[in-house]
Design a protein around this ligand. Structure first.
Ligand code: ARG
Length: 405
């Protein structure tokens, strides 16, 4: 039995219903002498049936099993800020899994305090990012709570984990054959492992579930319009939708037309390169539309600085620093910029493409037809360009003249 930092009596465990987190329950009790395990599962719109998951934790030996619907805070406090930040880790991954972790961890800390638990626990392994995200949030929001991480230490293979579970009444996964590790929520699906571990192997069609393949997407394209207010998406095709429904609708439309699949090699926090398949149709579509509206409504210098800071924001959210000082400071900057991001973007969806075909903003457009036109205009002083270019080119002329000597 492992005795580190004193034994924990009552533990709140991050619970998903999967084998690993189920096995954590008997393991914490038998191996680590924990008296009470409270399983905590979050409904983040993954579409699983939740009552069986709640029961499963009890069968595995949990004293209490809590399932909470966190969809609204997930979308409003985590997904929408990510859209305003155009957050794409390494330029591509819109953080669908990463955004869920600080919310789950924050809520677990609240539950632990309410229930007078002395520890929290998760079933993440030592190779992934999720352990980093959980641990950093636990340590920063509740430094007094112990953090128990059985899967980091039990050194069991998948088969061993399954047979350990069977001894404690945890059924082997129905899809024992499914070799994939999948994380799912309203923002998307992350798929790893199995044949995907060969980075050169094309992903089999069976790994996808919420997007059409390009081949199967309808031949008929579809034009849609997304409206934004202060950087938040508020309507699709004129229908005002609450945040969660808006994401559902964006998922449906983009997914139907085969937009939102990502196949990438990404750099994990722990230094490992891994091959990831994502399906994030709605989130990617909303970010694309949002970027477009910003190009119309934000001043050039603001836009340039924001694009750089967006990369930083995505990186630190990926790396588990959601509740850190830089994130908070960047949010201050982003929030101010978003006051001007009001308007509508038109997109044509067809066979894996989401083509922007128009954008407009009655309040905040900085586009001036008079300035932009190649037709007759009376407002732009063409002659003034000469003086501007004389000064602008001065350092280059100087440098070039010295070089020629
Ligand atoms: N690589 C992605 C991320 O770090 C997805 C992780 C998926 N997690 C999982 N438990 N399968 O955000």
């Amino acid at each position: 039995m492992r005795v580190v930092m004193g034994r924990a009596k009552k533990v709140v465990l991050a619970y998903s219903g999967g084998v690993d987190t189920s096995v954590c329950i008997p393991y914490l009790k038998q191996q680590w002498g924990v008296e009470e395990v409270i399983a905590f599962a979050a409904d983040l719109g993954q579409g699983d049936e939740l009552e069986p998951i709640r029961q499963k934790a009890l069968t595995a030996g949990a004293k209490e099993s809590i399932v909470e619907n966190l969809i609204d805070p997930f979308v409003e406090e985590f997904a929408f800020p990510a859209i305003r930040a155009n957050a794409l880790y390494q330029g591509r991954y819109p953080l669908s899994t990463a955004l869920a972790r600080p919310l789950i961890a924050r809520r677990m800390v609240e539950v632990a305090n309410q229930k007078n638990a002395d520890a929290v626990a998760h079933g993440c392994t030592g190779k992934g990012n999720d352990q980093v995200r959980f641990d950093v949030v636990f340590a920063s929001l509740a430094p007094g709570l112990k953090v128990l991480t059985p899967a980091r230490e039990w050194a069991m293979s998948r088969e061993e984990t399954i047979s350990y579970g069977e001894r404690y009444g945890i059924p082997a996964p129905v899809s024992k054959k499914s070799p994939y590790s999948i994380d799912l929520n309203l923002l998307g699906r992350s798929v790893e492992a199995g044949v995907l571990e060969d980075p050169n192997m094309p992903p089999p069609e069976e790994v996808f579930a919420i997007t059409s393949s390009i081949d199967q997407a309808p031949d008929e394209g579809q034009e849609i319009e997304i409206a934004f207010q202060a950087g938040n998406p508020i309507s699709i095709n004129g229908d005002l939708l609450d945040p969660a429904d808006l994401v559902r609708q964006a998922n449906f439309l983009a997914g139907k037309h085969g937009f939102g699949r990502i196949d990438m090699i990404e750099d994990r926090v722990v230094g490992i390169k891994s091959r990831e398949i994502y399906e994030t149709p709605g989130l990617l579509l909303l970010i694309k539309a949002h970027q477009e509206l910003e190009s119309l409504t934000l001043a050039a210098d603001v836009l340039r600085v924001k694009r750089q800071l967006e990369m930083k924001w995505a990186e630190l959210v990926y790396q588990g620093l959601w509740f850190g000082p830089l994130k908070e400071a960047l949010d201050g900057f982003f929030d101010r910029t978003q006051e001007d991001v009001n308007g509508v973007v038109r997109i044509y969806l067809k066979k894996g493409n989401a083509m922007i075909t128009g954008r407009n903003s009655t309040q905040n457009s900085l586009y001036s037809s008079e300035m932009a036109t190649y037709g007759k205009d009376d407002h732009f002083n063409h002659l003034a360009a000469e003086g501007f270019i004389y000064i602008w080119g001065l350092p280059t002329r100087l440098w070039a003249s010295i070089k020629r000597k």
